[in-house]
Design a protein around this ligand. Structure first.
Ligand code: AMP
Length: 466
């Protein structure tokens, strides 16, 4: 653990309340005011987590923060509490903006802000894609205190929603900052942190648009579980501010997480997946695939075998994405199959097993994916499928986490007994996939016919600026 800048209290408490060292610290000792301490108590947050102990005093002292914390470490509280405290000190609408890469994370962060801020009457608005612009415009017109947004939709509102501006903003948070800052790679821009100009080479143009319309004089908090070289560069560039707070010096995965790999020929991936799901039946699983199509295919295949699986990927409507997530969260479904849209930050404590069905192509995503299990002090298991094509990627993961993982043991003969049923389920899934794609194509053709005849598309094209 390290805190550059001020020397910090070195006690450490995990989010589940278990101590790494003897001394216990309270939220009040960190400088959190009573009303917010009570809110923490109501959420059953007995003691501050490590990142909260490190970041809250630094933030309350008026510094900008770069926070590097493991997934599930309580980072939302680490930035939400100082913001709420500042808001109470000088109440103002459109006070803070939280940028986050996925829509699901935006809702999750909003829930924590609302939970911590209920007694003080904080109004939050979630501004993400896939949801009606008009409804969001009405929400923004009410001028919430805190906006939690994905960058693209926020820019859409900044450019197209009359009367909406962030000119008075006081706080900017970039959650999963490395991901946000790497969303695209088009421009070199300067980011202003506490009036210090820092060159950030890969800052996305979308985020750049936001940075241009918010005040330079603001507080900025960047949070991420994994630090890219670019964020490291950003830290080096600023000597006094921002203060870097860190709860792990290396890419770490929690101790209670058992990690394994399984080496199999690519053609047997499905049958091994079904075998493992049967072997570990009774658990709840998150299965990661690399594409939307494969996510859908695997979900259909598993459903054809009678397993309660739901897909979650970026080509689904937002209502369906939230529906799938809620079914899994409420334990109505025991298997969630997802792309990396679900790999970061989602807090679903009951996930027992993470299966990397397709190996992540960025090794950092491995950390995020396996971080969906073994949360809040619970144990968890992660199994990564490695095929003949994945060896190099797998070695990079081992290098990143700094250890070699044990092989997950399976009985090949028993696995192969499932082959016939799995082949049949695959066949049905293939048919369903082509039916789905035909249906989509027909729908698209129909929509285009209607749009063209009513001229809707032309009008729409004119209205959008980019
Ligand atoms: P986060 O890393 O912000 O996604 O938080 C992970 C989970 O830890 C969330 O369910 C929080 O409600 C919970 N949490 C955050 N801070 C604490 C704390 N000090 N004590 C106990 N639980 C916490």
């Amino acid at each position: 653990m390290a805190a550059t800048g001020d020397s910090m209290a070195s006690t450490s408490t995990n989010v589940d309340g278990t101590d790494n060292k003897i001394e216990k610290i309270t939220f009040s000792q960190l400088g959190v005011i009573d009303v917010l301490c009570e809110a923490c108590q109501q959420l059953k947050w007995k003691t501050p987590s490590k990142i909260q102990q490190e970041a809250i005093p630094v933030a309350l002292a008026g510094n900008d923060v770069i926070g590097l914390a493991e997934t599930g470490s309580g980072k939302t509280g680490a930035f939400a509490l100082p913001i709420l405290q500042a808001l109470l000190a000088s109440p103002q609408r459109l006070f803070a903006l939280i940028l986050t890469p996925t829509r699901e994370l935006a809702f999750q962060i909003s829930e924590q802000f609302e939970a911590l801020g209920t007694t003080i009457g904080v109004k939050c608005a979630v501004v993400v894609g896939g949801i009606d612009m008009m409804t969001q415009s009405l929400m923004l017109a009410k001028k919430p205190h805190v906006i939690i947004a994905t960058p693209g939709r926020l820019v859409d509102h900044l450019e197209n929603t009359k009367g909406f501006s962030l000119r008075s903003l006081k706080y900017l948070v970039m959650d999963e900052a490395d991901r946000i800052l790497n969303m695209d790679f088009e421009q070199e821009v300067w980011i202003a942190i506490n009036s210090t100009q820092i060159l950030y080479e890969d800052l996305s143009t979308t985020v750049d648009k936001i940075l241009k319309v918010i005040p330079r004089e603001r507080k900025t908090y960047l949070y991420s579980a994994t630090m890219t070289k670019k964020v490291a560069k950003l830290q080096r560039a600023s000597l006094q501010n921002p203060v870097k707070v860190e709860v792990s010096t290396k890419y770490q995965t929690v101790e209670k997480l058992q990690q394994h790999y399984i080496f199999i020929p690519v053609k047997f991936k499905d049958v091994y997946l079904v075998y493992i799901l049967n072997e570990l039946a009774g658990n709840s699983f998150m299965i990661f695939c690399s594409t939307c199509v494969n996510t859908m295919r695997v979900a259909l295949m598993l459903r054809n075998l009678g397993l309660t699986a739901v897909p979650l990927h970026g080509q689904m409507s937002q209502a369906k994405r939230l529906g799938a997530l809620n079914k899994f969260k409420s334990k109505n479904r025991s298997i969630l199959i997802a792309t990396d849209v679900a790999s970061r930050g989602l807090d679903i404590p009951h996930v027992d097993v993470v299966i990397n069905f397709d190996i992540p192509s960025h090794s950092k995503d491995y950390i995020h994916r396996v971080g969906r299990t073994a949360r809040a002090g619970r144990a968890g298991k992660a199994i990564t499928f490695v095929t003949q094509y994945d060896v190099e990627l797998y070695q990079r993961i081992e290098h990143l986490i700094g250890k070699q993982l044990p092989l997950y043991n399976t009985e090949e003969q028993e696995v192969m007994l499932l082959m016939e049923r799995v082949t049949e389920a695959q066949r049905y899934a293939k048919m369903e996939m082509s039916e789905l794609s035909n249906r989509k194509k027909r729908q698209k053709d129909e929509d285009e016919d209607t749009e063209e005849s009513s001229g809707v598309r032309k009008k729409f094209k004119k209205k959008r600026k980019y």
